[in-house]
Ligand binder design. Structure first.
Ligand code: FAD
Length: 511
């Protein structure tokens, strides 16, 4: 397709959002200049290969129910590389010092099946009784955004908050449910209350509908699988995705520059003059800012101060990823769980046994573990790499029964880079968009705005291209009519650019 032939796009930031934007733009015929400040492309997607291990520094998977990641993977010819979680899903919650299976049919915060919820040992009987009060409580939400914790605590009580919602959501969003925005993170809960009043009744109904739909798709002769995981990854690790994108973009002639920053963006009519840190200057038709909220704020500040201010209001969390590897002989019984989330005091928020979860992450006989130390665990998160490593190794070894030290360790710190979708997030997204209305060929994309998951970032990166080049195309088409028929009346060149997809499309996660 050549919808954007002749147009030139600047992409700032070579993470998955920026690379996806570049892929979309070059696929539609635009010329792309992409600048990445660091020495490598991929941003948070980074896989280290050592001793037959595939060690993920950042994300290790993406969800399949939001199709943007799988679609991109297939477009790049990586479809054969997609792997599913081994043998379904055996993830646990650690409560009262014990690993308990997450009950069948449990979403992020609500049950979709009543039986397993009533029987689960994760909640005490008083927690379950309190949660069932939701069945009779009146509606309580007003028009304004609230913290997810406020709604859940009022309707279902503290047990659900501490033992399901906080562990499940906290790891994804780097924030507690008492900070997280209902409307940005789980708008489905508002919808549940509106349609059914009771969140549990609504969730059970949507679970029944989803199971019926799945059964009718699998057909009468189809086999039914056990509870399957929505997560997918790539056989050699997620780093393969940016690597392949870089190769494919290079083949398409994109100008990809590492170790390069944008020093200044200056509007010039409908175009933008760009000065780079390598001393070169360029003129482009659109700018996709995919380098994170702070870098984007710095660049738009001189011409869109209110957008910059709204971007700076997005708070960010930190986390440390600790990777540990042992020979199986280090355990009396090698671990069978694929990992757990901590629902109580612990030095980590969760642990993934990568070798049990994914095929190909470790050679046979090696146990590969990842643990997360978010800043919300407190003092330890601010400790040295050595302190963190010691505490995590002790904790994980104690639970899994390792009787020797790990043979490989890695500590990766992600400082202030996980955007928190706190209460009022959608207002901030709208304020960024409104603040950029005067510069319709600039847009901000990526995890600080419309979803933190990899599929969200890819979808937003791709949509960002039409947000900025769509308006230029409309202007160019109006300025140069293709019909040869002479017109005697002036045809107004539309002054209101089409800014497709400007409305916030927040994270939508099954509750
Ligand atoms: P980034 O990956 O941060 O890329 C931004 C790029 O811009 C970087 O390369 C940076 O160097 C560059 N840059 C910064 N400033 C400038 C500048 N001034 N000029 C030029 N370039 C600049 N998501 C999932 O879906 N599944 C998971 O399992 C998962 N796990 C995660 C685990 C961790 C530890 C973390 C931190 C995140 C995880 N996420 C996960 C979230 C997901 O990885 C991110 O939301 C996503 O990768 C963000 O992509 P991005 O391109 O928007 O930003």
């Amino acid at each position: 397709m050549t919808a954007y032939a002749g147009l030139r796009l600047l992409v700032v930031g070579g993470g998955i959002t920026g690379l996806a934007a570049a892929w979309e733009a070059t696929g539609q015929g635009a010329e792309v200049l992409l600048v990445e400040a660091s020495e490598r492309f991929g941003g948070k997607l980074r896989t280290e290969h050592v001793d037959g291990l595939a060690i993920e520094a950042g994300p290790d998977s993406f969800v399949a129910y939001r199709p943007a990641a799988l679609t991109l993977v297939r477009e790049l010819g990586l479809g054969e590389e997609v792997v599913e979680v081994r043998g379904g899903r055996t993830v646990h919650l650690r409560t009262d010092g014990r690993l308990q299976p997450i009950p069948d049919g449990m979403g992020l915060v609500l049950p979709t099946k009543l039986g397993p919820f009533v029987r689960t040992p994760v909640l005490r009987w008083r927690h379950k009784a309190r949660a069932l009060l939701d069945l009779v409580l009146p509606r309580r939400l007003g028009a304004s955004d609230v913290a997810i914790g406020d709604l859940l605590r009022a309707r279902l009580g503290e047990g659900i908050v501490q033992r399901f919602a906080d562990p499940m959501l906290g790891g994804i969003y780097g924030a507690t449910v008492d900070e997280l925005s209902l409307d940005a993170v789980l708008p489905i809960l508002r919808e549940h209350e509106r349609t059914h009043r009771s969140l549990i009744i609504a969730s059970l109904a949507s679970g029944r509908a989803a199971r019926a739909a799945a059964q009718s798709t699998s057909g009468s002769g189809g086999t039914t699988r056990g509870p399957s995981s929505p997560f997918r990854s790539l056989a050699t690790g997620l780093g393969a995705l940016p690597d392949r994108l870089v190769d494919a973009l290079t083949e398409r002639g994109a100008d990809l520059r590492r170790h390069t920053r944008v020093d200044a963006l200056t509007p010039d009519g409908e175009q933008t003059r760009v000065r780079l840190s390598d001393g070169t200057e360029h003129v482009v038709d659109g700018v996709v800012l995919a380098a994170g909220a702070a870098a984007s704020a710095d660049l738009v500040e001189p011409y869109a101060a209110s957008a910059a201010a709204a971007l700076r209001q997005v708070r960010h969390a930190s986390t440390t990823v600790v990777t540990l590897a042992w020979p199986e002989s280090a355990f009396a019984t090698p671990p069978t769980t694929q990992g757990w989330l901590e629902a109580g005091d612990a030095p980590v928020s969760g642990v993934t046994i990568s070798s049990a979860k994914w095929p190909g992450r470790a050679p046979a006989g090696v146990v590969l573990v990842r643990a997360f130390v978010p800043d919300r665990v407190g003092r330890l998160a601010r400790g040295s790499d050595g302190e963190i490593l010691d505490a995590v190794t002790r904790h994980v070894s104690g639970i899994l029964g390792a009787h020797q030290p790990p043979t490989l360790t890695r500590v990766t710190r992600w400082v202030g880079v996980m955007p928190k979708y706190t209460v009022g997030h959608l207002d901030r997204v709208a304020a960024v968009d409104a603040g950029l209305a005067g510069q319709p060929s600039w847009t901000v994309a990526g995890s600080a705005q419309r979803g933190v998951g990899i599929p969200d970032c890819i979808a937003d990166g791709r949509a960002a291209v039409s947000r900025v080049l769509g308006s230029r195309k409309a202007t160019a088409a109006a300025a140069s009519p293709t019909t040869a028929t002479p017109t005697t009346t002036a045809t107004p060149t539309t002054a209101s650019p089409t800014i497709t997809g400007r409305q916030p499309t927040p994270e939508r996660t099954p509750a």
